[in-house]
Design a protein around this ligand. Structure first.
Ligand SMILES: Nc1nc2c(ncn2[C@@H]2O[C@H](COP(=O)(O)OP(=O)(O)O)[C@@H](O)[C@H]2O)c(=O)[nH]1
Ligand SMILES: [Mg+2]
Length: 247
């Protein structure tokens, strides 16, 4: 069992120390962004306080996301048009800092939680720490049929991962996470779409690295609609789950 939930008061007490001494210099943040012009500037501005570099991998956006990201001080890369997973994979060879944080561009994630995610890595208690909406709450994960399917599917996948690795993660699909850059490079990620989130967790556990979780609230996206088509993506989730769990 190599999963720990870092929620205790001791960790909170270390957060200020972590921010002032390490987080800003040791962290590269990678943000995948497709048609996120209304939110990208604020997300980057809030993130820069916690990062030595911010890399934004933009989709072929027609709304100016790319220019806004560059003007906000981010390094901008283009994705290859295949999805969020491919966008993240493109950034991996370009990361300079020893810890990588991945977060979304739609305002769902609080950059202010970056120290919380990074602290267990800085103190060598974990190699990969994911933000849990099941522990921190979500304003997006319930309400309609799509949300029901996402939550049910996600809980099923998490249960399979927990069964396979004898651990107790609360979730496996959140895009907000911190990981040692050296570990990220060893995972040999292959997924092109959002299945990359579960691929990262499964491969971390399979290779014997330490997973951690911290609570973090997921806000509703600041504008527009999710890029994920839940029903269309379901077969890929099932296929990639079986593939990475067992083969
Ligand atoms: N570069 C890039 N980013 C993407 C792509 N698809 C989604 N994203 C980004 O990935 C993040 C999560 O996407 P979102 O649609 O909010 O998915 P959800 O949060 O799972 O509903 C957002 O920052 C999107 O802009 C893509 O094809 N290319
Ligand atoms: Mg989102």
């Amino acid at each position: 069992m190599n999963v720990t939930c870092f929620t205790d008061a001791t960790m909170q007490a270390h957060l200020d120390w972590a921010v002032s001494h390490h987080v800003a210099t040791d962290v590269s943040v990678v943000i995948a962004a497709k048609q996120e012009a209304p939110s990208i500037t604020e997300v980057i501005t809030r993130t820069r306080r916690y990062a030595a570099e911010v890399i934004v991998v933009v989709g072929h956006s027609t709304d100016g996301t790319r220019d806004l990201a560059a003007r906000s001080g981010a390094r901008v890369l283009m994705d290859g048009g295949r999805g969020k997973g491919e966008a993240i994979r493109r950034a991996i060879p370009c990361i300079h800092a020893p810890i990588t944080v991945l977060l979304d561009a739609d305002g769902s994630h609080d950059p202010e939680d970056i120290p919380l995610l990074v602290e267990p890595i800085l103190t060598d208690q974990a190699d990969h720490v994911s933000a849990s909406r099941l522990r921190g709450g979500s304003s997006e994960l319930h309400g309609g049929f799509d949300e029901f399917l996402r939550l049910a599917g996600s809980s099923f996948i998490t249960a399979c991962i927990n069964w396979r690795f004898n651990c107790r993660l609360s979730e496996s699909q959140n895009g907000f996470r911190a990981i040692r850059t050296s570990v990220l490079r060893q995972l040999d990620l292959r997924e092109n779409v959002t299945t990359i989130e579960q691929e990262m967790i499964i491969k971390t556990l399979r290779r014997g690295f330490r997973m951690g979780e911290v609570p973090s609230h997921e806000h509703p996206r600041a504008h527009g609609a999710s890029h994920i088509r839940v029903w269309r993506s379901a077969p890929r989730y099932g296929f990639s789950l079986v593939k990475y769990l067992f083969f």
